[in-house]
Write a protein that binds this ligand. Structure first.
Ligand code: F3S
Length: 114
């Protein structure tokens, strides 16, 4: 099993989590991070580091979060490994209440009024 990064991270991306991973499983994209399930050792050290509780164990995903399992696999193959914190995205507050941010996961430009 693995841990999975879910919806709240999109357009927020605090990156506190990446430095907690002892095996460097996090891959960082323009608006979101993902966990490579083939790398994750299920230590759960990253879970409490996320201030918005975006990281879940795969067994705890709700039906509406299941799509994030595949999204973590997909983008772990594309985005580079991240091991250092970066500033969170500047318009994260504008995106906080958006229910499904997946269409804006890859960018290109942030829009606070999606
Ligand atoms: Fe995202 Fe939380 Fe990490 S917002 S980048 S999962 S600390």
């Amino acid at each position: 099993m693995t841990h999975v990064v879910t919806e709240p991270c999109i357009r927020c991306r605090y990156t506190d989590c990446v430095e907690s991973c002892p095996v460097n499983c996090f891959h960082v994209g323009p608006t979101f991070v993902v966990i490579d399930p083939e790398c994750c050792i299920d230590c759960a050290l990253c879970v409490p580091t996320c201030p918005i509780e975006a990281i879940k164990h795969a067994d705890e995903l709700t039906p509406s979060e299941e799509a994030f399992r595949a999204l973590n696999v997909k983008y772990a193959r594309v985005w580079p490994v991240g091991v250092h914190r970066a500033p969170p995205l500047p318009d994260r507050e504008a995106w906080r209440e958006v229910q499904d941010k997946r269409p804006w996961l890859e960018g290109p430009e942030p829009s606070p009024n999606p």
